[in-house]
Design a protein around this ligand. Structure first.
Ligand SMILES: Cc1ncc(COP(=O)(O)O)c(C=O)c1O
Length: 351
């Protein structure tokens, strides 16, 4: 076998990186003999459940799934009937990047609001409440937020609480897409529970893949009463892993010895460094504050393609020449310095 590893490390996304060595070791350790399938009668499942209860509280209940889209879609499906709706910022992964899976599997409508910074505020949701009780309109039932957002921004504790309070005061629920919750927790210096259950978040898509797992995400209901029947939903949604042990050991390893924290800390620090370096290059301008592990910058158009040859990254907004540079658990200072040097050396030539 000859694997072609021709891609140089870049800033395309935090899922372009590989697997944390600790997680890989856990995968190898469990890769022997036979083991109960589907997590049934599996002591590893018990360990993982207990670990998640330690993290999110005894009232919580966690289900493991394959990927983030699956976690989001199933969370929505669990909480909505087809005439109900989820309110989301337009930029939400759920709305923009899940290929219509939420609509297909839930039958429910996504009501979107525009948001420059990727965040949604109660006053933007309020107009939808006029639909309550009007049989011709879908009924808003869920609000979804991403933490960190797709724009690299963070909701403050107060903002999350305000949204949760607003939701509950209006007979709605709050979902958090936590594909990057580790980056958010590290940046805000608080733990997972303090950012979710303690503030009134009802259900969380808890990410792992973007911070060092090979695959695997979890749907965490902060109150298990909301989770009734979810196992059937997950099976119908094709997200029940038969070789469940390989997801379980990854999460056990991830939550052990603060691996999640170390990984996210590195990604965030590298994003800060990258932001600082780019800020010193004339002709390049940061377009958003660096709050977690994403850096957004305006780069001259001619430079983008040249730079991408050395370090691949995605253009975020073509009309503004805005690019998105994501740092990962394995981004190294040398990668950041190298990128900044190439940018500096090329910029004079294209201006
Ligand atoms: C905010 C957010 N949510 C969820 C996901 C999950 O995606 P996937 O289904 O690829 O695991 C992603 C991945 O890009 C994401 O950025």
């Amino acid at each position: 076998m000859n694997f072609d590893a021709s891609f140089k490390k870049g800033f395309a996304s935090d899922n372009w990186s590989g697997v944390s060595p600790e997680v890989m070791q856990a995968l190898q350790q469990i890769n022997h003999g036979h083991h109960p399938a589907y997590g049934e009668n599996d002591s590893l499942m018990e360990q993982a459940q207990n670990r998640f209860k330690e993290v999110f509280g005894q009232q919580s209940q966690t289900f493991f799934v394959y990927n983030g889209t699956g976690a989001n879609v199933l969370a929505v499906q669990q909480l909505l009937r087809s005439w109900e709706a989820v309110v989301a910022p337009h930029s939400a992964h759920l709305n923009e990047d899940e290929g219509g899976a939420p609509e297909k599997f839930t039958g429910a409508k996504i009501l979107t609001v525009e948001s420059e910074d990727g965040k949604i505020r109660p006053e933007q949701i309020r107009p939808f409440l006029n639909s309550f009780g009007f049989q011709h309109h879908v009924q808003p039932r869920l609000i979804t937020i991403s933490q960190a957002t797709e724009m690299g921004t963070l909701y403050t504790v107060e903002e999350i609480k305000a949204l949760a309070d607003f939701a509950h005061a209006n007979n709605m629920l709050l979902h958090m897409d936590g594909a990057r919750i580790a980056n958010a927790a590290v940046a805000m210096k608080i733990d997972f529970k303090a950012m979710t259950a303690d503030l009134g978040v009802d259900v969380l898509s808890f990410g792992g893949t973007k911070n060092g797992l090979m695959f695997g995400e979890a749907v965490v209901f902060m109150n298990k009463d909301l989770a009734t029947g979810f196992e059937y939903n997950r099976k119908q949604g094709m997200q029940l892993a038969s070789k469940m042990r390989f997801i379980l050991v990854q999460f056990l390893s991830y939550l052990e010895n603060d691996l999640w924290k170390r990984n996210a800390q590195n990604a965030n620090q590298m994003a800060q460094l990258l932001g600082q370096k780019l800020n010193t290059i004339e002709g390049i301008r940061l377009s958003r504050a660096v709050e977690a592990n994403g850096v957004f910058a305006i780069i001259p158009k001619q430079l983008i393609a040249e730079l991408q040859k050395s370090y691949f990254f995605h253009v975020w907004n073509e009309s503004k020449n805005e690019v998105r540079l994501m740092c990962s658990f394995d981004t190294h200072e040398d990668d950041v310095n190298g990128f900044a040097e190439v940018a500096k050396s090329l910029i004079g030539k294209v201006q």
